[in-house]
Design a protein around this ligand. Structure first.
Ligand code: AMP
Ligand code: MG
Length: 416
């Protein structure tokens, strides 16, 4: 049986970043930049005022430094979007608004509050702004400077930076299309909830969780529905997965009489690369390639399917999208309760990690750890990692936990 790390390495060895497409900048959030982008302009393009006030020459206001107010002639008003009609001369001031170009000859902007606010003449009463309140041209970036590199995740600020340099379209790695196939004669979709009420069937919750996980990982789920537990039905579903970048099947990869997924995959020409990983939940994981398209077959148990996705599918989808950081971070946590594991497998227990008052991280299990108990997964924000060599870990001990979301970074109390 492979370790989790070996299985992950084997899968990722088969994954390549997808092709590149040019997309409108407004749609680029969450994508990864596929090209280096250099600035086509200098930003800001001209030196401009960072205050509403008066553009002046420092030489004219030296008396103010020794406490003596001066009066200057106001010759013009420069609003943001305007340009002064001429340079500023000795003894003159120009009213100026935030963002407006600083006229040639001016080297200081005196904030309005330090003047009498006059419009024909202005009295300057305070000199703390000498040489100040001017944002020089190119303060943010210079023309030719690299604003984004291939591999940079596109975040809101970067979108703003690129917009400021006139980038209307950006080349980004494509998002992977993930074919999601559930299988099992016991399964129906919510349309057939009557069958559930009648206690004949259960809902294919994996169809929902795996699609949601795909979206969170930046992929595009293509739900191919539920296959029956027959080879013909599974075959029909797998044949419809063409055009997708990854095939994700759930269930039918264990050792049951009706677990046909691996056989059908092989009959279609698929090459299985490995089966089974040393982990719980999710040990019966299968991986292979079908006509160059990677296939991950996860166990049907709702929690196993999710845990396997987190460990193996998410990093693969990120690699396809050009991300360099493929993995979620693990953190060291102190147990608030004793934990025990049964089988000699590496365990991933559903847990809630929180920050205690002294800043350290503590963890508590979220409930029943059966691989079918999805509610404890819904309450969890982390998977507590218990090595197979530790059947019992005492309260107060430390373990690693794999964070599943950003909840540690968020709080209901403003902490600034
Ligand atoms: P299997 O992997 O086929 O042995 O299924 C393992 C368990 O997961 C069984 O209890 C199934 O009923 C359940 N299961 C399989 N597929 C799904 C699904 N799509 N949604 C919810 N439960 C499932
Ligand atoms: Mg089954």
């Amino acid at each position: 049986m492979l370790t989790v790390a070996e299985a992950s390495e084997r899968i990722l060895a088969e994954i390549r970043p997808l092709g590149i497409e040019a997309i409108p900048l407004r749609q680029a959030l969450g994508r990864v930049c596929a090209e280096d982008i250099a600035a086509t302009v200098t930003m800001p393009p001209w030196s401009n005022s960072s205050m509403d006030g008066y553009a002046v020459r420092s030489a004219d206001i030296t008396p103010v430094m020794s406490g003596e107010p001066v009066k200057l002639r106001v010759v013009e008003t420069v609003a943001a979007g305007d340009f002064a009609s001429r340079p500023l001369k000795r003894g003159e001031a120009m009213r100026i608004m935030t963002g407006a170009p600083v006229p040639e000859g001016a080297d200081s902007v005196i904030r309005k509050e330090d003047t009498d606010g006059g419009s024909a003449k202005v009295e300057i009463r305070e000199a703390r702004d000498v040489w100040k309140n001017i944002r020089p041209a190119g303060e943010d970036y210079q023309r030719g400077e690299v604003l984004a590199k291939r591999g940079d995740p596109i975040k809101p600020a970067l979108i703003g930076v690129l917009a400021s340099s006139g980038v209307a379209k950006v080349k980004a790695f494509k998002r992977p299309r993930v074919a999601i196939i559930s299988s099992g004669d016991e399964l129906v979709d919510v349309d057939d909830f009557d069958e559930v009420v009648a206690q004949r069937k259960i809902i294919s919750s994996n169809s929902y969780t795996l699609a949601a996980l795909t979206r969170v990982a930046g992929g595009l789920p293509v739900d191919l529905g539920i296959a029956a537990d027959t080879k013909a039905s599974l075959r029909r579903k797998l044949e419809r997965a063409g055009g997708c970048n990854l095939i994700l099947t759930s269930a039918g990869v264990s050792v049951g009489d009706l677990d046909h997924t691996r056989d059908v995959f092989a009959a279609l020409g698929g090459k299985q690369r490995f089966w089974k990983v040393n982990m719980r939940p999710g040990a019966p994981l299968a991986f292979g390639m079908l006509n160059d398209v990677p296939w991950v077959g996860v166990s049907g148990n709702p929690v196993s399917a999710m845990v396997s996705f987190e460990l193996f599918v998410r990093p693969a989808l990120r690699k396809m999208q050009g991300y360099v950081a493929l993995f979620r971070r693990t953190v060291t946590v102190t147990l608030e309760e004793e934990v025990k594991i049964g089988a000699k497998l590496k365990h991933f227990l559903r847990a809630r990690v929180t920050r205690s008052e002294d800043g350290s991280l503590v963890a508590r299990l979220t409930g029943h750890q059966s691989s079918g108990a999805l509610t404890s997964m819904a309450k969890a924000n982390a998977l507590l990692i218990v090595p197979e060599t530790s059947p019992k870990v005492a309260k107060g001990s430390q373990l690693k936990a794999l964070m599943l979301d950003q909840s540690l970074e968020e709080t209901s109390v403003l902490s600034i």
